[in-house]
Write a new protein. Structure first.
Lengths: 985, 94
């Protein structure tokens, strides 16, 4: 096969040959190539198949706007679909393949779709919802459901590997005074000017090389510029895309660290996701050349003019031998000249009739001519051209390439991310950036400047404006006027030729044709936002970088309006695709969220604990002996607690130190029950309501001294309660002298529960006298010492319903405390117990937890009306009495037994009346356990009207998810020891 | 990303803070009527433009702040501690 590479052109390193594979065949390229340039050099014209019609597609561009050359890179778990071949740097061993084709892009069976075009017109996907005409067979979702998987398979682009991503990604952060996006002449001038004025500057370039569109010039050498930038201390970030602008001059960057390396260092992340906080942003993102819509304008061999210049001067590839350039503006003539100098036979069709251009006459210019049809299917055979006034077959030119330039669109995307709408410029036939109050300045061709000197001047002006805004200087500046061509552009978006059934493509990537835009208009989708969604114009990887304006102009014509009246769709981040891996960074798997462990975590594991996640915490779930299952284990543990003694890690409870002269008043206001009479040395269980009268949390507060309390909260609500207390003290009750401090991490806690708990503690404390029934009665608190002179706090608090103590030591002493307690508990045949047994014990007692207090439940619903003081006002006291919370119909806490005691049931079961099993029923079951004490399954939950209403009626537990139903009996939630005789023992 | 200039810690990302709510509400006394409480809790203005709102520097100094923020542009005009005595201290130290 003949190469298209030519000597003496390009900035590639011809000494360094790279081998790569395309569709499993091996080829050679050079260091400095992109995959696209290497494919072109190897004369590979077809690199993909189009989205719907499976038409052969080639390479349209040389940059991020590419909408044809989307390929799959890599294999197995590193398979990366929909990569633009135009931005993928070549490396040794690169594996690339075409996608959306079977068996391959050269011969694709689905190419038949090209002839079924009318079935795939705009909105065809939505129309499958409407059934098959004329009888609308399958109307509704049925037909869509049937066809969906075929449609998705047929119309997909590349497919992902479906395997876990083996690469790592990083998040990184930086600050600077000025961030400059784009290293073309404007961006470089802005960066240099700013650095010379002592600003801290970051310069971002998505390409591997700095220079911007100058890289397409034959005499451009960036080494001097690079040195100058580096000497000024500018941080240059290449292979880095500014994909989005956010509030307060925050810029999101994606740095491709190893995507261009064949065997990257395993310690490097594949990509880095940067968050840059700048004081000012200068965007010199350049402009993107547009194509022109006419029949068969997608045949491989069609390309933008500027792309061809890039391939020639940067990569040494002459993209065609017999080239026709079709244009409406001045920007193509230098390229035409260089292509003909490089050996191509060039003809320029310029739609304009009246203009002057200086050339060396090495190529022919056909003034007033436009292309209207390409002949060929897998490659260009010839081009039909016509006078631009009336399109009539006049002439056919034999050629192998058609280069298009329908004008240039400034890359206003980043500014659009900030909600700044661009304004239409009639003179230059493009959208220009509008001004913004934010510290963002657009420079260079992204503000519509077409020549280099204007771009440089705008860069310097941009930095001056930034310095003024930042209050560093006060200097006058002016920006050059948009434009810069000698002859005005003549708008040209579509060449209509009515005589053939045509496919003129507006958006190559999604196969949106001019007819699709007309269809959308006929069917009423005339707003640009509707047009976009109905036709998929401007969606997917390229986001309409080339085709959007053409679509807008067609709609404007159909509506008899001007482009600015039709508007433009809003560009949203990201500018180019960002991989999900980069977004998640290292926050994957176990690192998805922080992990909290208690200070005796390892001790628990060493003693056989199986752990469970509770919020962020790892807590002991159960401690199986030998072959015990979870059920065996927790039933044994719970029984042991009731018979002798058990020890349970309760460190995850929230702990708050409350200090100051108004502490008592504070607690009295936040808890629903009275705290004013709580004596030093006593603890009290308390309930906190929200402002709206619903229960927020429950816990205990211990009065350690006159003005010092130790509060415990539930595990799940610990952070919320802390913030709430701080909010009250800092915003509402600013006269109260109280200080709150989270001490959750400072104290390790265990519950020692069971009839033998006092004996165990007797052996563990220095002075057993302090924990006698007299000295430490139920809800008593003492500060004392464990053996070995370990200071501790002990409260006689019971969650299990047994005689029980909560013991807290400083976290550093956690293991010592566990060793001591466990050694002594073993003497009484005690056990270690986990969360599952803890749950069983509390359900038996009817104690509520987060499963019951779910943010919908009032204090009365929870059967805790006694806890609502009538003698004082407190948070929620007015609102808990509002009508809707006092309704007779409310669901009240009850216990549940199965009627047949051998039956089991699950949390989540819906409680219904016998002959009315439907909907939400009359209640729900929130917690379920096997009760070792009672010898059958029991549950806690809520039912409308409560125990009084249903105590003699059997109800039905409906569990449609598990396809189960059982008869239930409603009982008091206090299923064992209702008088609490054991606790007070 | 919104950047909030905490009077204690300096300018930080909004991800360090938790949004509170309307900072202009005068919560009634605890013994006030259900009607007054209903008014304070459930009725909110939907302001277009600058509003005063509370933010908690939950992953920082844990102070509650009054932030004057535009609901249209996210521009922040002022940041002060909620507590009036602390406001005075911050003012005096300026």
């Amino acid at each position: 096969m003949k190469t298209r590479r030519i000597d003496n052109y390009g900035k590639i390193n011809r000494d360094k040959i790279l081998s790569f594979s395309w569709d499993k065949k091996n080829y050679k390229g050079f260091e400095g190539d992109t995959l696209a340039s290497a494919l072109l050099a190897n004369n590979i014209g077809i690199v993909g198949r189009s989205f719907k019609y499976h038409r052969p597609r080639g390479i349209f561009s040389s940059g991020v706007e590419e909408s044809g050359a989307l390929v799959t890179i890599g294999s197995k778990d590193r398979r990366d679909p929909n990569v633009r071949a135009t931005t993928q740097e070549l490396y040794n061993g690169l594996e690339a393949s075409g996608q959306n084709a079977f068996p391959n892009v050269n011969f694709d069976l689905a190419g038949i779709n090209n002839y079924l075009g009318r079935f795939f017109a705009a909105g065809f996907y939505y129309k499958t919802f409407m059934g098959i005409p004329p009888l609308e067979w399958g109307k509704g979702t049925a037909i869509w459901m049937f066809f969906e998987k075929f449609i998705r398979k047929a119309a997909g682009m590349g497919s992902s590997s479906g395997l876990p991503d083996p690469d790592t990604y990083e998040h990184a952060h930086d600050f600077c005074d000025l961030i400059v996006v784009g290293s073309g002449p404007a961006g470089v001038a802005a960066a240099i000017e700013a650095a010379e004025k002592k600003l801290d500057v970051i310069l971002v370039e998505q390409d591997s090389l700095i220079g911007g569109n100058q890289l397409a010039e034959n005499d451009f050498d960036n080494s001097q510029i690079k040195n100058q930038l580096e000497n000024l201390g500018i941080k240059i970030m290449t292979r880095t895309t500014a994909f989005g602008l956010y509030d307060n001059c925050v810029v999101g960057l994606l740095e491709r660290v190893t995507d261009h390396i064949s065997a990257p260092n395993v310690n490097f992340p594949r990509q880095r996701f940067w968050t840059i906080r700048a004081k000012h942003i200068i965007v010199g993102a350049g402009a993107i050349e547009r194509h022109i819509a006419f029949n068969n304008n997608d045949i491989p061999g069609v390309m933008t003019v500027n792309a061809s210049k890039h391939y020639l001067n940067r990569y040494g590839v002459l993209t065609g031998k017999s080239i026709v350039i079709a244009t409406n503006n001045d920007s193509v003539y230098e390229t035409a000249h260089q292509l003909s100098e490089a050996g191509a036979n060039v003809t320029v069709l310029d739609s304009r009739t009246n203009f002057e251009i200086e050339t060396n006459k090495s190529f022919e210019i056909r003034k007033g001519y436009v292309p209207y049809n390409i002949n060929g299917s897998k490659k260009i055979d010839s081009l039909d051209i016509s006078k631009s006034e009336t399109i009539n077959k006049s002439e056919t030119i034999n050629c192998d390439q058609v280069l298009l330039s329908g004008g240039w669109s400034p890359a206003v995307h980043l500014l659009s991310h900030r909600g700044v709408k661009p304004k239409w410029d009639y003179k230059n036939a493009c959208f220009l950036p509008s001004d913004t109050k934010e510290n963002i300045t657009m420079v260079g061709s992204s503000r519509g400047l077409w020549n280099k000197n204007d771009c440089i001047a705008s860069g310097i002006a941009g930095t001056t404006s930034a310095l003024n805004r930042l209050g560093i200087s006060k200097t006058n500046y002016f920006f050059p006027k948009p434009g810069g061509w000698k002859n005005p552009i003549q708008p040209l978006y579509e060449v209509k030729y009515k005589k053939s059934r045509s496919k003129s493509f507006v958006d190559y990537q999604h196969d949106v044709t001019t007819d699709d835009v007309r269809l959308a208009h006929r069917e009423g989708f005339i707003s640009v936002e509707h047009l976009k969604r109905y036709t998929t114009l401007g969606m997917a990887n390229d986001q309409g970088k080339m085709g959007n304006i053409i679509g807008l102009s067609l709609m404007a014509e159909l509506l008899n309006k001007e482009i600015p009246e039709v508007g433009t769709t809003v560009f949203r981040p990201p500018y180019t695709p960002v991989s999900i891996g980069a977004l998640s960074g290292r926050n994957v798997g176990k690192h998805f969220r922080p992990l909290r462990v208690t200070p005796m975590h390892q001790w628990n594991i060493d003693h056989g604990a199986k752990m469970i996640e509770v919020g962020l915490y790892q807590r002991p779930w159960y401690y199986p002996k030998e072959n015990e299952t979870l059920s065996d284990s927790y039933i044994r543990e719970a029984s042991t607690v009731r018979k002798t003694v058990g020890i349970c890690d309760v460190t995850s409870l929230g702990k708050i130190a409350i200090q100051g002269p108004d502490s008592n008043e504070f607690l009295n206001r936040i808890y629903s029950n009275g705290f004013s009479k709580l004596q030093v040395g006593k603890a009290r269980y308390g309930i906190m309501l929200r402002d709206d009268g619903i229960v927020m949390d429950d816990g205990t507060s211990w009065r350690l001294a006159e003005n010092e309390y130790f509060m415990t909260t539930s595990t799940g609500e610990a952070a919320k309660v802390m913030s709430w207390l701080e909010e009250l003290l800092q915003t509402r009750w600013t006269d109260l002298n109280v200080n709150v401090t989270s001490v959750s991490e400072q104290w390790a806690g265990v519950s020692v529960a069971g009839p033998k708990s006092r004996e165990v503690l007797n052996n563990c404390v220095d002075d057993s006298f302090v924990i006698t029934n007299n000295n430490l009665p139920f809800m008593g608190v003492t500060s004392t010492f464990l053996k070995g002179n370990i200071p501790c706090r002990i409260a006689r608090i019971s969650f299990s319903g047994e005689l029980a103590f909560e013991v807290y030591v400083k976290s550093d002493f956690a293991n010592t405390m566990m060793d001591l307690l466990w050694e002594n508990a073993k003497k009484y045949d005690g056990c270690l117990y986990g969360l599952e047994a803890l749950g069983a014990l509390r359900v038996e007692k009817g104690h509520v937890t987060a499963a019951e207090l779910d943010g919908r439940v009032t204090i009365d619903d929870a059967g805790l009306s006694k806890m609502a003081s009538t003698k004082k006002s407190y948070i929620g006291s007015a609102m808990r009495k509002r009508g809707v919370l006092k309704n007779n119909d409310r669901e009240i806490l009850v216990g549940f037994f199965p009627v047949n005691l051998k039956e089991t049931f699950n949390a989540g079961t819906i409680v219904c009346e016998k002959n009315n099993i439907k909907g939400q029923g009359i209640g729900r079951i929130t917690s379920v356990t096997y009760s070792p004490e009672l010898g059958h399954w029991i549950g806690l939950g809520f039912v409308k009207g409560g125990l009084d209403k249903w105590k003699d009626t059997n109800l039905v537990g409906a569990d449609p998810v598990r396809n189960k139903q059982m008869n239930l009996k409603v009982v008091s939630p206090h299923m064992i020891d209702p008088k609490g005789e054991r606790m007070y023992a | 990303m919104i950047r909030i200039n905490c009077p204690y810690c300096g300018e930080r990302d909004h991800s360090e803070f938790s949004y509170g709510g309307d900072a202009t509400i005068n919560y009634p006394s605890l013994d006030a009527s259900e009607k007054d409480w209903t008014e304070a809790i459930f009725f909110r203005k939907n302001i277009k433009g600058f509003q005063f709102e509370t933010w908690h520097h939950s992953n920082g100094c844990r102070m509650w702040l009054v932030v004057e923020r535009s609901t249209v542009t996210h521009e922040i005009k002022s940041v002060k501690p909620c507590h009036p005595d602390l406001q005075k201290v911050v003012e005096n130290n300026k």
